[in-house]
Design a protein around this ligand. Structure first.
Ligand code: IMP
Length: 431
């Protein structure tokens, strides 16, 4: 048995929570490897709802080790608040079941302030970020002026690093006519939490190497979706991390072979939050119906999600980019109310048919979806637990998705309930 990586194959919010929870019950270790507290995963376990942003899903399950890898940007205050929140729900969190990579970069209050200020300045061209400081923190990381978890242990070095960081940011703030930030205030803030945070810090790559040797099963828990990937997504309307499966290796400190089976979580239709191209978006009653039936509101920001038909060209692309072995198709039941359902098979661009999402922002904005119409099934699939429970037309829809995306559907989720799942292949056994 090998490891499994779970990746969103659209623009996030594909319903990873339920599937990650089921898989984490079978794993020994659950690792986050990118993003930060911009993510939102809702887990319902034994009737209790947990809303997680930064903590890996495994943390709420007894006997599992949760790891926040180096590819994640960690807001230490958000992390401590989340730990307190789950503790209040009766979950034990201690260094025995939570490790954070000592080489992970931190999100500081200045990062969320900059994130919000730049979004406001972009006006109608805003990206629609979550305002959590994700982009500015990754910028500092790549510019080699970021402050990492391990720096909290060295007070003099920390002071120097803060000075260096603010040299950059205060120059910018001055230029914008905004108030500058005092290095002492940043230092004092960090010193208040450093002891608590450092308890969890460790070279997690070593722990993962030990897991590899002993055969412990690791679940790599992706956040957001492949179309929000900073390289492969709808740039610049993306998040600032790599969200594809390849990042599971570099964002946690394992080799690519250790990533194992890649499960692509895929919604039976499409949604996105924030700005940016969305060729199959529906601005009509059908879009409203998808949103209301699918309860399409963000877990982190509460924003209404944009909704549209399934885009097979887009998922075919992300399946290739992430090396997805199998698709977990979610929320099929949301389509129960439609007489006919459309699937986008490609796009029309300047009179030509294209079978993939071109990289150019201008091209992406001008794509017209080419649709194939499929007969709806007009009956409930909610709660189906076997193929025999599904109407033939619903099976046809799933089969057509498999053909167009060139990847098998190995898991079908038919309601938020854990048992309402049709499993064709166990990812851990297939890894
Ligand atoms: P950021 O990650 O806050 O910088 O936001 C950049 C883009 O990614 C925005 O369009 C956000 O709405 C989107 N985004 C970030 N995190 C998530 C998520 O967990 N689900 C869906 N969209 C997300």
């Amino acid at each position: 048995m090998g490891n499994v990586a779970v990746i969103g194959s659209q623009w996030g919010d594909e319903g990873k929570g339920k599937i990650v929870d089921w898989l984490s019950s079978r794993a020994d270790i659950v690792v986050r490897f990118q993003g930060g507290h911009n993510a939102g995963h809702t887990l319902v376990i034994d009737g209790v709802t947990y809303k997680l942003h930064l903590l890996p899903s495994g943390v709420v399950r007894k006997g599992k080790l949760a790891i926040i890898g180096n590819g994640v940007v960690i807001d230490p205050w958000a992390l401590l608040k989340e730990i307190e929140d789950v503790r209040a729900q009766g979950v034990d969190v201690s260094p025995a079941n939570l490790m954070i990579a000592e080489n992970a970069n931190m999100i500081l209050p200045i990062h969320s302030a900059i994130d919000k200020a730049f979004e406001a300045a972009r006006g109608s061209k805003s990206i629609g970020t979550t305002g959590r400081g994700i982009g500015p923190a990754y910028e500092d990381k790549v510019a080699r002026r970021g402050i990492r978890i391990c720096d909290l242990a060295h007070e003099t070095l920390l002071k120097e690093k803060i000075e260096n960081l603010l040299l950059h940011h205060n120059a910018l703030l001055k230029g914008l006519g905004a108030e500058t930030v005092s290095p002492q205030a940043v230092y004092d803030g960090l010193m208040q939490i450093s002891g608590t945070i450092l308890q969890y810090a460790s070279p997690v790559w070593k722990r993962l190497d030990a897991a590899n040797k002993s055969g412990e099963k690791v679940l790599f828990e992706g956040a957001q979706g492949a179309m929000l990937d900073v390289d492969h997504g709808t740039y610049p309307y993306v998040t600032s991390s790599n969200t594809v499966a390849g990042q599971a290796a570099s964002g946690s400190g394992v080799g690519p072979r250790s990533v194992g089976y890649v499960l692509g979580i895929t919604k039976a239709y499409t949604t996105r939050v924030g700005s940016g191209p969305f060729p199959t978006e529906l601005l009509d009653a059908d879009g409203e119906l998808l949103g209301s039936r699918g309860h399409e509101f963000g877990t982190t920001t509460g924003r209404k999600r944009r909704c549209g038909w399934f885009d097979a060209a887009l998922v075919r692309q992300t399946t290739k980019i992430s090396g997805i072995h199998g698709i977990a198709l979610t929320k099929l039941d949301v389509l129960d109310a439609f007489k006919e359902i459309k699937i986008c098979t490609g796009y029309e661009l300047d009179g030509q048919i294209v079978d993939h999402l071109p990289a150019s922002q201008l091209h992406q904005a001008n794509l017209k979806p080419v649709y194939e119409v499929i007969e709806g099934w007009n009956q409930s699939t909610r709660g189906a637990r076997s193929w025999a429970d599904l109407p033939a037309t619903a099976i046809k829809y799933v089969r057509r998705i498999e053909e167009l995306v060139e990847t098998p559907v190995t898991l079908l989720s038919t309601s938020p309930e854990r048992d309402d799942t049709i499993l064709m292949q166990d990812p851990f056994l297939a890894a």
